[in-house]
Design a protein around this ligand. Structure first.
Ligand SMILES: Cc1cc2nc3c(=O)[nH]c(=O)nc-3n(C[C@H](O)[C@H](O)[C@H](O)COP(=O)(O)OP(=O)(O)OC[C@H]3O[C@@H](n4cnc5c(N)ncnc54)[C@H](O)[C@@H]3O)c2cc1C
Length: 391
């Protein structure tokens, strides 16, 4: 097969890149290792920044957000017996939207199918070749067991943290940075109306808790748990009891309503950045180049911001034989990546219990300042609601 851009990975980065390239008149083929149904069902992120929503609307992908998303002015920050609202709109002039990654993925699949764009699911043995040349290729075995090759002008590695693209970057000149955390999130999806109008981020001596949501009838909640936690040790009653304690059920009349748990899993925390995000004709975007702990709701938004920069860069490279934007891509994307890495680390460090009583007092001092000072609250609001693409 021959196309302009071979894209590896049909997650949000890969499918949105394909959509943005098509808007520039550039063809692509997406290769995905998983089945279409598996990719569609993954429960992951749920918050879209202001700049993500603007971009999606600008390319005809805002219909689902407008019909089924929920615009939030801000979040609640709390610790025992204190709950404060941080109003992003008045502090930073921007809001965020609750819209599940699953819903966005469905919108991207529908748009690609309507336009006849090619996505090859259930590919195995994906490998990248000739990245130093201007005619790289991707090989794989298709679902029928047949060997396939896609020749392209460039390859976009949108295959997440375990895909082959990250590993295809040569060691020479490559730098990586990472931080592991001694805790994870136990996340549940519950068929019950949210007990809050906007997200609650709760500091608690037992560990952090987050009350998020996906719709008017589906709640998404998280508990800080130690790394290596076995989900079998957390029957549903234990999860709801811990959530009630940490989120402050009964405090000032607030009540947490439990409901049937539809899905539960443990999500390990890690910060990771690989630089550069480009080698020859291979360009990394999204989780293939970086991961963040989910506290700042940045993973999905960073994937969107990366491909928003990458699509015009690849279009200029292929259509106009002009490499200026492609040459600048890695440095431009990494500015925002590191800003988001910082914010995600900062939110995580402020809200998660380390077991050290001194840390706990520092966290409470920081929370009191962020919620009492306009400058402190505005910093959180500006970063959470998101910086402009290309920041
Ligand atoms: C369990 C989980 C929960 C999360 N929860 C949150 C959250 O609450 N908040 C938040 O902000 N972020 C969250 N994230 C992060 C967010 O979902 C990611 O940042 C986002 O999915 C990144 O999009 P992406 O397209 O770069 O990567 P991905 O969505 O990972 O997509 C990569 C794609 O590449 C495919 N692939 C992998 N290997 C190959 C191969 N060899 N050949 C072809 N295709 C391949 C994968 O199957 C996948 O479809 C979560 C992530 C996970 C894993």
């Amino acid at each position: 097969m021959r196309t302009d851009i071979a894209i590896i990975g049909a997650g949000p980065a890969g499918l949105l890149l394909s959509h943005l390239l098509a808007a520039e008149g550039i063809e692509s083929i997406v290769v995905e290792s998983r089945a279409r149904e598996y990719v569609a069902a993954r429960i992951r992120a749920g918050i879209l920044e202001d700049s993500s929503v603007r971009l999606l609307r600008s390319v005809g992908l805002g219909g689902g957000i407008d019909a089924r998303g929920f615009e939030h002015r801000g979040i609640y920050l709390q610790w025992p017996w204190e709950r404060h609202h941080i109003d992003f709109v008045s502090l930073a002039g921007r809001s965020v939207w609750v819209y599940g990654q699953t819903q966005l993925q469905a919108d991207l699949v529908a748009a690609g199918e309507a336009a006849g764009r090619q996505v090859i699911y259930e590919a195995s043995g994906t490998a990248l070749h000739d990245l130093d040349s201007d005619h790289p290729s991707v090989t794989f075995t298709d679902a029928a067991g047949l060997p396939q090759r896609i020749e392209a002008a460039a390859v976009a590695g949108c295959d997440g943290k375990f895909g082959p693209s990250r590993a295809a970057m040569p060691d020479e000149g490559r730098e990586t940075w990472e931080r592991d955390y001694p805790y994870s999130w136990l996340g549940i999806l519950a068929d019950v109306a949210p007990s809050t109008d906007e997200l609650i981020y709760a500091w608690h001596p037992d560990g952090f808790a987050l009350h998020s949501m996906r719709s008017a009838t589906v709640s998404r909640l998280y508990l800080q748990v130690p790394s290596g936690t076995d989900i079998a040790d957390w029957p549903d009653d234990r999860i709801w009891d811990a959530l009630a304690t940490r989120l402050g059920h009964g405090q000032d009349g607030w009540q947490l309503t439990p409901g049937p748990i539809a899905e539960k899993s443990v999500l390990p925390f890690r910060s990771f950045v690989q630089s550069p995000m480009r080698h020859g004709r291979l360009f990394l975007a999204g989780d293939s180049a970086h991961t963040v702990p989910p506290t700042g709701a940045k993973g999905l938004n960073l994937a969107i911001a990366d491909v928003a920069l990458l699509a015009p860069a690849l279009a200029r490279l292929v259509r106009d034989k002009d490499s200026a934007l492609a040459d600048a891509y890695s440095a431009t994307a990494l500015r925002r990546v590191w800003r988001s890495e910082y914010f995600s680390w900062w939110m995580t460090s402020m809200l998660h219990i380390s077991g050290d009583p001194f840390d706990a007092q520092l966290q409470l001092a920081q929370l009191r300042w962020v919620t009492a000072s306009t400058a402190g609250a505005a910093g959180l609001a500006e970063n959470y609601a998101g910086l402009p693409i290309g920041f």
